[in-house]
Write a protein that binds this ligand. Structure first.
Ligand code: PMP
Ligand code: GLU
Length: 402
């Protein structure tokens, strides 16, 4: 066997921390340990029946072949219809590229636009994959810190200060993973003004657009006028809103069809096309009845209320209330250096905290270190109330040692 020397690009990146934490919890479960895992951000609901039926029908009708590389025109038209219906945003199929999940769409956008010498501004805390996907292209991720006190929102002046002549793209994500922050409409508008003023591209990851809690409002970034729309690449997909994580379907909507064409070219060499059956299922999701989305949101709303109640009862943790998505992101730094859990060991950081919580209490969370937020941990509450209740009980006992 030749000596293994990995490429620079692969050597540069880390494994996805969310997937690594979920895998570790699953391995322990397979060994018979009863782990409560709050790691993965994926709805626990089954995909709604009418979507599955559309897939079955697609297979029966022979839609089991390659499709055009960026997805069928029929699917792209369904996506355009959904944006016109939901947000009044007009696009044509030439703007749309469909891929194997929004993660793949983000990769395509970055690979098509960025390379060595370019800078990409990312507010922290950020979803684990952003910085690595940027670094994979050879571009530099410029991390700009937001704080719990600000509600985890990037201020327009922070963006203005972070921009250099090398800045190519800004990545926004509202509702945000891992914090659940929903950017106020006024802030988005002001960020749009900076993006226009500095003439930058903006990748807006709107995968949690349908998971918005009472009192919060989702505003699509491309909706802030023609000048913003002309610089905005919208990324979204069906994973979260329709409980379709395993189907793998996401899309990027580019204002410039030439950018969509470039991504399609890339994809024609990478994956040929997204799954033909998934494409049919996605049309059913977007065109079909939307009450399934409302039903899942109402379950998530009840879980969020429960989680916020329980978080308020934990000693010395701080957090900002999530307005969307299904994550609680809380600071446990006050517990560092103190005895914790059944072992009574102390920890020095959030990564050690998660390791010890798993070992002592069999609770799996994701460390904030993976999201660029030391001292914090992320709990996904895309799981049933009973499991959440059991989790908080164990978490309470883990802290009770002090
Ligand atoms: N963006 C964010 C912020 C996410 O949390 C996720 C979750 N996986 C994705 C993109 C990608 O979703 P998917 O690839 O399943 O469409
Ligand atoms: N986005 C989800 C999460 O953050 C799924 C896992 C992943 O793709 O990283 O947990």
């Amino acid at each position: 066997m030749p000596a293994l020397q990995l490429s620079d690009a692969v050597a540069r990146i880390k494994p996805s921390a969310t997937i690594a934490a979920a895998t570790k919890a699953a391995e322990l479960k397979a060994q018979g340990v009863s782990v409560l895992s709050f790691t993965l951000g994926e709805p626990d609901f089954d995909t709604p029946a009418h979507i599955c039926e559309a897939a079955t029908q697609a297979m029966a009708e022979g839609h089991t072949h390659y499709t055009p590389a960026g997805g069928t025109v029929e699917l792209k038209e369904a996506i355009c219809r959904a944006y016109a219906r939901d947000y009044g945003l007009e696009y044509t199929p030439a703007n749309v590229v469909c891929s194997n999940g929004a993660k793949h769409s983000i990769h395509n956008v970055l690979a098509a636009l960025c390379g060595p010498g370019d800078e990409v501004v990312i507010p922290t805390p950020y979803w684990v994959s952003y910085a690595d996907l940027v670094e994979l292209t050879g571009a530099k991720a410029v991390l700009v810190e937001t704080t719990e006190a600000s509600g985890w929102v990037l201020a327009p002046e922070q963006l203005r200060e972070a921009v250099t002549p090398a800045t190519k793209l800004v990545m926004l994500n509202s509702p945000t993973n891992p914090t659940g922050a929903v950017y106020p409409v006024e802030t988005l508008k002001a960020l749009g003004e900076v993006i226009v003023e500095k003439d930058l591209w903006c990748l807006t990851d709107e995968i949690y657009e349908k998971l918005i809690y009472p009192g919060y409002e989702f505003a699509p970034f491309a909706g802030f006028g023609d000048e913003v729309k002309a610089r905005t690449i919208v990324v979204s997909g069906v994973s979260k809103a329709y409980a379709m994580t395993g189907w793998r379907m996401g899309w990027a909507i580019s204002p410039d069809p030439a950018l969509a064409k470039a991504m399609t070219k890339l994809q024609s060499q990478e994956t040929s096309c997204p799954s033909s059956v998934t494409q049919k299922a996605t049309i059913a999701a977007l065109d079909g009845p939307q009450d399934c989305v409302a039903e899942m949101l109402s379950a998530f709303t009840a879980r969020r209320t429960f989680v916020l109640e329980k978080l308020a009862g934990l000693p010395d943790v701080t957090y900002a209330e999530p307005g969307g998505a299904f994550y609680a992101f809380f600071n446990v730094a006050a517990h560092f250096g103190k005895p914790l859990g059944s072992s009574g060991r102390s920890v020095e950081n959030a990564t050690d905290f998660c390791t010890q919580l798993l070992e002592d209490a069999q609770i799996a969370l994701v460390t904030g270190d993976a999201f660029g937020a030391p001292g914090y941990v992320r709990m996904s509450y895309a799981t049933d109330l009973e499991t959440l209740g059991a989790g908080f009980e164990k978490l309470g006992a883990f802290f009770a040692r002090e």
